[in-house]
Design a binder for this molecule. Structure first.
Ligand SMILES: Nc1nc2c(c(=O)[nH]1)N[C@H]1C(S)=C(S)[C@@H](COP(=O)(O)O)O[C@H]1N2
Ligand SMILES: [Mo]
Length: 302
C-alpha cells in the first residue's frame, strides 16, 4: 500500500557526522547554506537540502514539554524515561487491534535513512538525519478498515518519569492527529533513530512520528497509542489554542502565526547572527504533498 519514497543520497554517502562537523567549523558557521550540497535531496525535489544539523544541535535544543518547557530541559531530564520494553496499542477502526511490541514491529520493518527539513511553529528549523520506516507499513500490520478517515496518536504519560507532566501546561497526555491520507503518505515516518544511533530520549525515544511538511508539534514523541477513527482527533496544541495552532499546521510562509511571521525561519546552528532564510511552502515538500490539499483554502484549514 505504501508508495515507496527513497532518498537518492544518505549521510553515509556524503558526510559522516565528524567530517561534516569539521567542515562546519572550517566554514565558521557561515553555514552550509548555498553551497549546493545535495544531501538527502529526494529525486526531482525542487529545493536544495542544506547539510544536516549536528548531533549536538539536534539533541540539546528540544521541545518535549513533558520534561520541562525550556529548550535544554529535555536533554537534562528525559533520561528518566524508561523506554524498554515498549509497545504501541493500535486500536479503533482496524482489523487486528492490539498491543504491538516494538521489538516485534521492528523485526518486520525496513529501517531507512530520511534526511528531512524540520520546521518548528516557533520559526526555528533544523535538518535531521532520521532512521525510521513508513507509518503506512505499521498501519498495514493492523489492517486499516474502510471507514477510517483519521489517525490519532498519544504520547506515554508517566508523571513519575516525566516531571513536566506534574504541571497542567498541556492537557496530558500529549495527543496529535493526521488525516488518513496524510498518515499514509510515503514521507510520513515513524522514527527510531538519528545519525544511525537509537533515538535519544529527548527526541522522543523509543519511537516518534515525523511529518516533515508540518510544523514540528505535529511530530509527536514517544508514541504508545495509535487509533484509527472516522472523526477529526483531539490534538493537544489545537485544543490549547485553536486560533494559533490549526489541526493541519502545514508549514506555510503565507499564513502567519497570530503573534509572529512565518515567512522566514532561523536555522539552528547558524550562530547568533545567522541570516533568517525564507520558509518554503510545505517546508520544501510541495511537489510531494500539495496534491493532498487540492481545492482546500489553506488559510481557513491552517
Ligand atoms: N510528546 C511530545 N511530542 C512533541 C513535543 C512535546 O512537547 N511533547 N514537542 C513538539 C514540538 S513543538 C517540536 S518542535 C518537536 C521537537 O522535536 P525535537 O526535539 O526532536 O527537535 O517535537 C514535537 N513533539
Ligand atoms: Mo515546535
Amino acid at each position: 500500500m505504501a508508495r515507496r519514497w527513497t532518498n537518492d543520497l544518505t549521510t553515509a554517502d556524503v558526510t559522516p557526522e565528524a567530517l561534516f562537523l569539521n567542515r562546519r567549523q572550517l566554514m565558521t558557521g557561515a553555514a552550509a547554506t548555498g553551497l549546493g550540497l545535495t544531501l538527502g535531496r529526494p529525486a526531482g525535489a525542487a529545493e536544495e537540502m542544506p547539510a544536516p544539523n549536528s548531533w549536538e544541535d539536534i539533541t540539546s535544543y528540544n521541545n518535549y514539554y513533558e520534561f520541562g518547557t525550556g529548550k535544554s530541559d529535555p536533554a537534562e531530564n528525559a533520561h528518566s524515561l524508561i523506554t524498554a520494553p515498549w509497545s504501541i496499542r493500535i486500536d479503533g477502526l482496524v482489523d487486528r487491534p492490539g498491543d504491538y511490541d516494538l521489538t516485534d514491529i521492528l523485526a518486520k520493518m525496513d529501517l531507512e535513512e530520511r534526511i528531512y527539513r524540520f520546521r518548528c511553529v516557533e520559526a526555528w528549523s533544523m535538518v535531521v538525519p532520521w532512521q525510521g520506516f513508513e507509518l503506512a507499513d505499521l498501519l498495514d500490520l493492523a489492517g486499516v478498515q474502510d471507514a477510517a478517515r483519521y489517525v490519532a496518536f498519544e504520547t506515554v504519560l508517566r508523571p513519575e518519569e516525566m516531571p513536566g507532566t506534574r504541571y497542567p501546561v498541556l492537557d496530558w497526555p500529549y495527543r496529535e492527529g493526521l488525516r488518513l491520507d496524510e498518515a499514509l503518505h510515503p514521507l510520513t515516518i515513524m522514527a527510531t533513530g538519528i545519525y544511525g544511533k537509537p533515538m535519544p530520549n529527548q527526541n522522543g525515544a523509543p519511537i516518534r512520528l515525523v511529518v516533515p511538511w508540518k510544523y514540528g508539534f505535529k511530530s509527536i514523541k514517544s508514541v504508545v497509542r495509535i487509533t484509527l477513527t472516522d472523526q477529526e482527533p483531539y490534538a493537544s496544541w489545537n485544543a490549547y489554542n485553536p486560533r494559533e495552532y490549526g489541526f493541519y499546521s502545514n508549514v506555510n510562509p503565507n499564513v502567519d502565526h497570530p503573534r509572529w511571521s512565518q515567512a522566514t525561519e532561523r536555522r539552528i546552528g547558524g550562530g547568533l547572527f545567522a541570516r533568517r532564510s525564507p520558509t518554503l511552502m510545505f517546508n520544501g515538500y510541495e511537489d510531494e504533498v500539495a496534491v493532498l490539499y487540492e481545492g482546500m483554502d489553506l488559510a481557513t484549514y491552517f
